[in-house]
Design a protein around this ligand. Sequence first.
Ligand code: DAH
Length: 317
Amino acid sequence: MIEQIRNIKSTEELTALHSSIFGKNGSMTVRLKDMKNLDNDARVLLNAEVADLREAFKVRQTQLEELSVLSGLKAHKLDATAKFDTARNFDTGKLHPLSQALAEISAILADMGYEMRTGPEIENDWHNFTALNVPPHHPARDMHDTFFMESGNLLRTHTSPVQIRSMEKDGVPIKIFVPGATYRRDMDATHSPMFHQFEGLNIDKNITLADLIGDIKEFVTRFFGREFNMRIRPSYFPFTEPSIEPDIEWQPGKWLEIGGAGMVHPNVLRNVGVDPNEYQGFAFGFGLDRMAMLKYGLNDLREFFKGDVRWLKQNGF
Ligand code: DAH
């Protein structure tokens, strides 16, 4: 009997054998009913036999269960090509609003003929200031709250130095835009020591202020998906002459400044070896974070850089 139990191949057969022995009319059940007629020695023997049988069933049951787990594992080899969407509760990431804004802006400007360029975030005095017609001791330097390094280099305070680098490298005509991180000592709900700008530069033989205003208007209309009343205020930047600041009427009577712009100053062109009597053009510099905040209705810039996944889940794309 014990031998038979050990050789059984499935839990179903084991259950069947168990009930044929211990079930209602099972062979052992019948014998146990007759126990009262046995003498003491025979009872002890019978009890031992029952205990051995029960133990044999238990052991075989455990073995069969283990065998079925093992053969199950063998049959289901890990499929590393399984699709993510078959996994439950898979936590997907989201695009940061800045990445989203940059993708939208790049697509629009590329479509308008601007090629993307980038430059270093650690700059020298020449590219960040002097070549942009901001010589040493020029008061405009004070407005930039610059982070200086002991080497004399600095964290670029705007993306404008890439105008210089691009013209030094490729000359003119040139039509580029430059997104990137910029740095100033400033911190409140709308200012962060690291923030982002994007710069535009378009130099050729017959470029005018009207081209600049036209491009700003087209860009703004396409980015926000609607037309705004626009107002052009005269302003001052050392690297442009004339300089302007475009405002848009965000809500009736509520005007928002969206950046700085102007016709590139002849000194800037001279500084990169371009003859300002032959070539001229415009430049503009907008806040990338500011554009994202306006378009997506976010009001605290500091949240952009905290790395809080809950914020990203709510505000990402
Ligand atoms: N660089 C300026 C700033 O950060 C913004 C700017 C103004 C850029 C006028 C330009 C420009 O290219 O023409 O405040």
